[in-house]
Design a protein around this ligand. Structure first.
Ligand code: PEP
Length: 259
């Protein structure tokens, strides 16, 4: 059984005081939630990591960052290392988000270096993959997923990848209000799991959690979570408010967590 995982990508929103307020609101909303049943990950901006970590300690929530560099330390102005993310309390890190691929020159090669560095430092990468609208229209979705996954995970052993999380995020669904249908999500997730079986083995592929991301909201999470290969969600816009994010988590649990 794969443990469901809902992560909130706060993107470049929230000052420190706003981040504390949101984290406190979520802490109240999840006060009686069973941390063994579901993983809830908050990924604020770098500047708010420390304060959010303090707020959520002792709650069922865990801390994640939105990016990482692959070196431990050095003359790399503006970058943050995996060692530093561990130091501030992160357990997870988002790598290869489409916004980073689109605006900051992220490639499969840099994603691969970051995934390896994160794993070497005991961080769990949430590796994002997904096609653009043009690629989907040209029926290249599976080709793109294969390219992102094979190259993003190149050089890693089955043992090393066993804990990673993959986020299938069709670029055309991110921040657009246009989510993939549950069938489209399942089709992509099933393809990814089959690919992981070929690259590693069936046991590893069956254990790796695959999240869907792209305009997830309280009113579509249940349908998406009902798909057998969907293990959770990476949530952007709807993770910025206590009500919507907590509603998503509760609804996801209703579908996946059997009492
Ligand atoms: C994201 O940022 O990863 C995302 C899926 O955003 P949204 O939920 O706003 O589409």
């Amino acid at each position: 059984m794969r443990k469901p995982i809902i992560a909130g990508n706060w993107k470049m929103y929230k000052t420190i005081s706003q981040a504390i307020e949101l984290a406190n609101g979520l802490k109240r909303a999840f006060y009686d939630l069973d941390a063994e049943a579901i993983d809830i990950v908050l990924c604020p901006v770098f500047t708010a990591l420390s304060e959010v970590n303090e707020v959520i300690s002792g709650s069922p929530m865990q801390l994640g960052a939105q990016d990482v560099f692959w070196q431990q330390e050095g003359a790399f102005t503006g970058e943050v290392s995996p060692l530093m993310l561990k130091d501030v309390g992160c357990k997870y890190v988002i790598i290869g988000h489409s916004e980073r691929r689109q605006y900051f020159g992220e490639t499969n090669q840099t994603v691969n270096k970051k995934v390896k560095a994160a794993l070497q430092n005991g961080l769990i990468p949430i590796m994002c993959v997904g096609e653009t609208l043009k690629e989907r229209q040209e029926e290249k979705t599976f080709e793109v997923l294969k390219d992102h996954i094979q190259n993003g995970l190149t050089g890693l052993t089955a043992q090393e990848v066993s804990d990673i999380v993959i986020a299938y995020e069709p670029v055309w669904a991110i921040g657009t209000g246009k989510n993939a249908t549950s069938q489209q999500a399942q089709e992509a997730h099933q393809f990814i799991r089959k690919l992981l079986t070929e690259m590693f083995n069936k046991e590893i592929a069956n254990n790796i959690r695959i999240q869907y991301g792209g305009s997830v909201k309280p009113d579509n999470i249940e349908e998406i979570m009902q798909q057998p290969d969907v293990d959770g969600a990476l949530v952007g816009g709807a993770s910025l408010k206590v009500d919507s994010f907590s509603d998503i988590v509760i609804r996801a649990m209703k579908v996946k967590v059997k009492k």
